[in-house]
Design a protein around this ligand. Sequence first.
Ligand SMILES: [Zn+2]
Ligand SMILES: [Zn+2]
Length: 230
Amino acid sequence: MFDHMDIVLSAAMIVAQIGLGILFADLMSGIVHWYIDTYGDPKTPILGQHVYWPTINHHARPLDCTRASFWSRYGPNLALSLVFLAAFIALGWLNAFTLSALATGMFASEIHVWNHKPKRKRPPLVHWLQRRGVLLSPKEHWQHHTHAHNTRYCTVTNLLNPVIDRLRLFRLVEGCVEGLARRKPRDEIMGIGPLARGRRIMSRARRFVAAHAWQARRALTAPLARRVLA
Ligand SMILES: [Zn+2]
Ligand SMILES: [Zn+2]
């Protein structure tokens, strides 16, 4: 006979493992993103061209990722997830936690791209989950782009970023790396060089002009459209 308590406990354990798997993938996305933004060198063989450069270029051209091909968006995450899947199968580590982490990791790139798409191009469920912070929301992710690209590194949910930034965990690690290995964060990505400052000013100016042009166009065309439809 089934013990109802056992069933409830097993279900709760599976749900907890799935939740922890998602958070683990979120943390990993933050660590990988931080590493690339801080130390990634585009001249590194293979990784430089296929992983580091697209991530670094994303700061200068945030909307390019929405036009990238399916494989350039999914390829690296898919390849990495399959390698880990094979390793977990070989080690007998396949469970709700590892499967949830792998599935989330596989889609982490797409979850990030949704933040750069207009609302009408995002699936309604995604928009709903973003509004509740279950998935990374555009408002949250934009802080990474508007600040010096040195906060809000996690790209899956809204849950870990505020905690990591409040505790200044990545600054702490950077201080340790600099102290122990004499390796400094890359200036232009950290936003402490004149090049980064100039790029940020230009980016803000472009956004300001684009936002006002859009508002002006809407103000001019809306009455006309109403008259045509009336
Ligand atoms: Zn982005
Ligand atoms: Zn970044």
